[in-house]
Design a protein around this ligand. Sequence first.
Ligand code: SF4
Ligand code: SF4
Length: 124
Amino acid sequence: MPFVITDPCIDTKDTACVDVCPVDCIHPRKDEAEFATATMLYIHPEECIDCGACVPACPVSAIYDSLESTPVSQKALAEANAAFRGGEPAAVARAEALVAAHRVAQPKLMALPAAERAAAHAKS
Ligand code: SF4
Ligand code: SF4
C-alpha cells in the first residue's frame, strides 16, 4: 500500500519529503504550477515504492506508511492523495476539495499547530 500524507502538512508544506523521494512521486514540487495554491502535498499511490524515506524527513510526522495505518480522521486526505494529478485541473480541484472538506470536518485538529496534529490523530 502507498504512503499517505495527512493534515500536519497543511500549513507546513516544506517539501522536505520531496527532496528525499527516490521516484519523484510527491507533488506538487516547488517547480510545478500547482505548488503555490496547493494546500498540502500528495503522494501518488501507484508511483510510491514504499521505501519509507519520506517518513523521517517530515518535520511534523504527517506521513503514514499505508492506508491501513492512516487514522480514521485522515481518510479523506488519503483519498486526496489518490486523487491529485499535477497538470490535470479537475483532479487537482478534486484533491483540494477533499482537503477543504477535511478542514471543515476536523476543526479541533485544524486548530492545533501543525506540529501537534499527528499526536492528536489517534484521539480524533
Ligand atoms: S515511501 Fe518512498 S517512494 Fe513513497 S513517497 Fe515516501 S519517499 Fe517516495
Ligand atoms: S515533509 Fe511533511 S510537511 Fe513537509 S511537505 Fe512533506 S509531508 Fe508535508
